[in-house]
Ligand binder design. Structure first.
Ligand code: KE4
Length: 428
């Protein structure tokens, strides 16, 4: 595959941006390769500046559940941009999107639009701390909630302990208020609440975890979090930035019938434009400025273009059972991957949750970060490179999730499985 123009573009980009990228995972550093520079996308395909075409299972890391450049989203944006790009004043568009979100996520009685998942989770934590007047939070090792200081904390795998910074610049003081526990380990949660439950403001969790590869919640894990937080007066925050609208239209809270106190959304809610939201119980959210004293603000929050793309996207998702159709197509691909790996005698785990799916090179199911980290990265890198060479664009990291869209076709799936059959042979 000719990637000469991308290589030159990458060299120039590195002069001006750390790693030549505006988000680290895009640098392909974890797969020891240079990233294709993308020129355009259409439907389930993206095209790089060297003219190579790929079937895209990254979808901008989740937002593009309808595929690239959906005609209705593009048309709505073209009309909207004629009226300007931002006013810094209330518009009816924000209420329209909020009503759609409330229809899909009824637990979000009151919400605030922000510009990224990071902002959503950072703000939700501040609200939880302000509402409960407590300072500690619980998160899970391997869950990623964006890059705010309180959440860039991991305990090192396995032990239930007070957090330690997982990035320079995060202070020890900040990390000390974050307790990181093993995902799916309800006994560890019960233990920490038994020790300091009255100090814990909230538990924040990816109810379906997509940032250590795809890891599903064990039976009763989410129900257990709901019960223990209720018992100790802590809030339960579902970070559905990635799994919202995907594991079910109404996210994990619909799929598993567990209602959090606060929910964070992102990615799909903006249809590919910068948009996210946090919200939940009215009695909590009425504490957010200007109704209450908990401050949070944003110049471009509720931006009319992002609102327009979000409204179009959610309206299309609400029309019929599109979410179920995309999930069924995902199952078809996952079943094919299982068969291809089996015939190549390669051990893989292929978890699926709605239109999210993952590939671990592991003999055993993966239920937490330690088990994800134990998967065979060498095989992953070989598989990834072979698939890219064959025009299949996967996430360049074992610790990411793959996404199906409404635009993927049976032909895409067939071509992907043909490439996988050859690629499993390469990575034996
Ligand atoms: P953003 O700030 O990147 O919009 O959202 C942060 C975030 C919050 N919560 C969850 C569950 C998330 O998955 C994310 C961001 N996801 C990553 C993908 N692993 C974004 C890709 C990237 O960092 O470039």
């Amino acid at each position: 595959m000719n990637l000469q123009k991308s290589a030159a573009a990458f060299a120039e980009a590195k002069r001006f941006m750390p790693g030549g990228v505006n988000s680290p995972v895009r640098s392909y550093s974890s797969v020891d390769a240079n990233p294709p520079f993308i020129a355009r996308g259409k439907g389930s395909h993206i095209f790089d500046i060297d003219g190579n075409e790929y079937i895209d299972f990254v979808g901008s890391w989740g937002p593009l559940i309808l595929g690239h450049a959906h005609e209705k989203v593009v048309a709505a944006l073209k009309a909207a941009v004629e009226h300007g790009t931002s006013y810094g004043a209330p518009t009816e568009l924000e209420t329209k999107l909020a009503k759609l979100v409330n229809k899909i996520f009824p637990s979000m009685q009151v919400m605030r639009m922000v510009n990224s998942g990071t902002e959503a989770t950072m703000s939700a934590l501040r609200v939880a701390r302000g509402f409960t007047r407590r300072e500690k939070i619980v998160k899970f090792v391997g869950c990623y909630h964006g890059h705010s200081d309180s959440l860039l904390v991991n305990a090192g795998s396995g032990a239930a302990t007070f957090g330690e910074p997982s990035s320079p610049g995060v202070t020890v003081g900040t990390a000390r208020d974050t307790i990181a526990l093993p995902y799916n380990d309800l006994s560890a949660v019960e233990k920490i609440f038994g020790q300091c439950g009255e100090e814990i403001a909230a538990v924040i969790v990816e109810p379906v975890a997509g940032n250590m590869g795809l890891v599903l919640p064990k039976e009763n894990f989410l129900r257990g979090l709901r019960d223990v937080t209720k018992r100790f007066g802590a809030l339960l925050i579902f970070d559905e930035v990635m799994c919202g609208f995907r594991v079910a239209l109404g996210g994990a809270q619909e799929k598993f019938n567990v209602t959090p106190d606060l929910t964070c959304l992102g990615k799909i809610i903006g249809g590919g434009l910068p948009c996210a939201a946090y919200g939940g119980r009215e009695d909590i959210m009425r504490n957010v400025s200007p109704d209450g004293r908990i401050y949070q603000a944003g110049t471009l929050s509720g931006n009319p273009l992002a609102m327009t793309a979000g409204i179009e996207t959610l309206t299309i998702l609400l029309d019929g059972d599109l979410t179920a159709k995309i999930s069924a197509r995902t199952s078809k691909l996952v079943d094919g991957l299982k068969l291809a790996a089996k015939s190549a005698n390669v051990a893989i785990q292929t978890p699926q949750a709605g239109s999210m799916f993952g590939i671990f090179f592991s003999e055993r199911p993966v239920t937490n970060f330690d088990e994800a980290a134990a998967a065979n990265q060498t095989q992953f890198k070989k598989f990834f490179a072979s698939m890219l060479e064959r025009g299949i664009y996967l996430a360049p990291s074992q610790f990411e999730t793959l996404f199906m869209s409404a635009a993927h076709t049976d032909e895409d799936i067939s071509r992907t499985l043909d490439a996988a059959k050859l690629s499993f042979e390469v990575c034996k």
